[in-house]
Design a binder for this molecule. Structure first.
Ligand code: UN1
Length: 499
């Protein structure tokens, strides 16, 4: 699908994409596909004020009614799945399957949130006092600031928005400056859903566009009690302290350094397929991408050989082409960072397969690379940083406990997996002394989580949880209420306080 057709199908106004100050470059060929307007400080101020006003009304709308707008939005996403998925491909360089998968992730979270709108359960707590009832209730909290990254330009916003809205909040979204067109499209589809449902405060969903400076204004604003930010650990280090200093709440989903352990009992065919999707899918630009592999020494040679064969057959191509498996990196800077990491690995004496630029003649202004396998010789070289590119560092190991120790010996803690047919190994890996990540899988790779689980991780990954399970509680405030329906006034802890 060409850009013009996508834009027409999504009902975007060409004039909004024609003459703004922010040039949007498609990583597919380096061409400018639109020029959008960055928001001014005044516009951001207005957006926050409008979201605050909308919140005042929205919080009193019964939650199942709030779910209506998300249900209509989800239906509309089903109708717009093809063009929106194609736009994700154009703006991020993801292959079509992944672009569509991202929209499906939006649809799934909408379904989840609609159900949730009737299940914002509190609890009743046994009171220690006679004829007293104690309860815990969840209330809307205020406008939610959402900062999202280029690599999941629509799904992560939707995780946050679908939950925030059924929880009774308004939202203010600052997408990556690399992907503002998908944001404009989502915002439009959401606004139409609001109109269709009717009687919804107009300021419920706000979009502000631009770079980190624009995000900084949102992050610092006292009227925004929750900031949900997805991106690099460096970004989280900027955002977290600012929100904490004003006693706001941040939900941080930051970098990963995700690993797979393959034990001697594993089904190697399954492991190879999962590692391939995890390490080269989305050109290694997911926060859940597989970056490290610990292979038991008994199967090390077989596994590495199978991976090398698989890597040789990866189709690196324009992601619009039906059979492409790996598209381009987001830009030249990502390419340089990848090359630097590979130079370091080479200097450390690792064996490197792949990693070079390809399709340069055809796409001189884009950065397609062959995914790299790096065989690491010593454990002292455990890579501590996340390089947002398709590099897989491979280590041999002998004892599972040692592999788990090395697995955890990095600053990040997002996603992890073990491939094993030994129940003891599987249980150990997922136990309290196993993987220290927010996601610990067995016989499934590190990326491609379902929306039903809480998504996020520990340590430098930021500790936040988004998406399923009880992540919704992060978008609400908790009230404990004790009601005395007796005619006495007994004090807790048995304290007597009589005149
Ligand atoms: C991200 O890269 O920020 O689990 C999100 C996954 C996707 C979400 C990734 N469902 O890979």
């Amino acid at each position: 699908m060409q850009l013009e057709e996508i834009i027409a199908k999504l009902g975007l106004e060409n004039s909004h994409l024609a003459d703004g100050d922010l040039a949007v470059v498609s990583p597919i060929n380096g061409a400018v596909i639109g020029r959008v307007n960055s928001s001014s400080a005044r516009q951001i101020e207005k957006a926050i004020a409008a979201a605050s006003l909308a919140f005042e009304q929205w919080r009193s709308v019964p939650a199942p009614k709030r779910g209506d707008v998300i249900r209509v939005f989800g239906d509309s996403l089903r109708k717009h799945k093809e063009p929106l998925g194609a736009l994700v491909t154009l703006e991020t360089g993801k292959i079509q399957q992944e672009g569509l998968g991202e929209v499906q992730e939006m649809i799934d979270i909408c379904d989840f949130a609609v159900g949730l709108s009737r299940q914002l359960y509190g609890r009743v707590i046994a009171s220690e006092r006679f004829e007293h009832r104690m309860s815990e209730t969840w209330h809307p909290i205020g406008p939610i600031g959402i900062i999202s990254a280029f690599n999941f330009p629509v799904a992560v916003w939707c995780w946050n928005t679908a939950l925030a809205v059924v929880c009774g909040n308004s939202v203010i979204w600052k997408p990556s400056e690399k992907t503002p067109i998908t944001a404009l499209a989502c915002h439009k589809i959401f606004s139409e859903a609001m109109e269709q449902v009717g009687d919804i405060p107009g300021g419920l969903s706000q979009l502000i566009i631009g770079d980190a400076e624009i995000g900084a204004q949102l992050v610092a604003d006292n009227r925004v009690p929750v900031i949900s930010a997805t991106g690099s650990t460096a970004m989280g280090r900027e955002v977290g302290p600012v929100v904490a200093a004003r006693f706001g709440r941040s939900i941080l989903e930051l970098g990963g350094n995700n690993a797979v352990i393959v034990t001697s009992s594993a089904n190697l065919d399954m492991a190879v397929r999962a590692i391939l999707f995890g390490a080269v899918g989305t050109a290694g630009q997911r926060c859940t991408s597989t970056r490290r592999l610990f292979a038991h020494e008994e199967i090390y040679d077989r596994l590495v050989q199978a991976l090398k064969n698989a890597y040789r057959n990866i189709r690196i191509d324009n992601p619009i082409h039906e059979n492409a498996l790996v598209g381009p990196l987001i830009n030249g800077q990502a390419f340089d960072t990848m090359q630097k990491a590979l130079d370091k690995a080479a200097a450390d004496g690792c064996d490197i397969t792949g990693g070079e630029r390809v399709l340069e003649d055809e796409y001189p202004d884009a950065y397609y690379v062959r995914p790299a396998l790096v065989e690491v010789r010593t454990f002292e070289q455990t890579v501590q940083n996340e390089t947002f590119a398709p590099i897989l560092y491979i280590y041999p190991y002998r004892e599972l406990q040692e592999a788990i120790r090395l697995h955890n010996d990095v600053p990040q803690g997002l996603s992890s997996a073990i491939f094993t047919n030994d129940i003891r190994e599987a249980e150990q890996f997922t136990s309290s002394v196993g993987s220290d990540c927010g996601i610990a899988n067995v016989n499934i790779g590190t990326s491609g989580a379902e929306i039903g689980g809480a998504f996020g991780g520990e340590k430098e990954t930021g500790g936040g949880r988004e998406s399923g399970s009880d992540a919704w509680k992060g978008y609400m405030r908790r009230a404990t209420s004790t009601v005395n329906y007796s005619a006495e006034l007994p004090l807790a802890q048995g304290i007597e306080f009589n005149l």
